[in-house]
Design a protein around this ligand. Sequence first.
Ligand SMILES: Cc1cc2nc3c(=O)[nH]c(=O)nc-3n(C[C@H](O)[C@H](O)[C@H](O)COP(=O)(O)O)c2cc1C
Length: 209
Amino acid sequence: MARAFAEITFTPEVRALQERHGSVKSYGKFLEPTAEPGDRLSDAEAAFIMERDGFYQATVSATGWPYVQFRGGPKGFLKVLDARTVAYADFRGNRQYLSVGNLATDDRISLILMDYPNRRRLKLWGRARIVDLADEPSLVSRLHDAGYAARPERAVVITVAAFDWNCPQHIPQRLTLDEFQQHLAPLLSELAQLREQNAALRAALPTRR
Ligand SMILES: Cc1cc2nc3c(=O)[nH]c(=O)nc-3n(C[C@H](O)[C@H](O)[C@H](O)COP(=O)(O)O)c2cc1C
């Protein structure tokens, strides 16, 4: 936990509840000037981000409603451009443009990136800038994996304000089909060997009359 995270999230109402429930002192140290700033991604965050094939993204509508949408893509589609910047190519979808429309009135954005098998979770806050394909085609093509079947419409470039790692509690362990197949592969190969052995042993048995 670091200062940038605490400054954004520990609102007076949050602090009042921490006070009531006895945690205000232990969390208060993250608001001290001596606390680690925590607004620059290190190699650990960058490596984690580049391994993800999706994330949950929250924006705020012009009417103040939170809006959460899932963004998916090929592994590493959310790119770390530098310690303060992440970006992705945003694909054409159902043409409701809810997230992009929300970002037009409020550029604040929050992401949750999940690693279900290892029960890790990274939360990230930032300010998003939308760059249309027509305005900066080179940026969008740099962010887009041409082998992935989707049509990029824009780039979402996020200046990181804060991040925080969560503890693994209550994160269910889940595997994607790819991850499951990696676990399955040695078992399938063992099964094939056993089947072969079994067929050879059966063939070697004396035939019944
Ligand atoms: C034809 C089509 C229909 C879709 N329908 C849905 C849907 O019903 N719900 C949903 O969450 N996403 C749906 N999607 C995926 C979204 O369009 C996509 O995630 C997009 O990025 C939505 O962004 P937004 O919610 O910020 O507008 C659909 C995509 C396509 C191409």
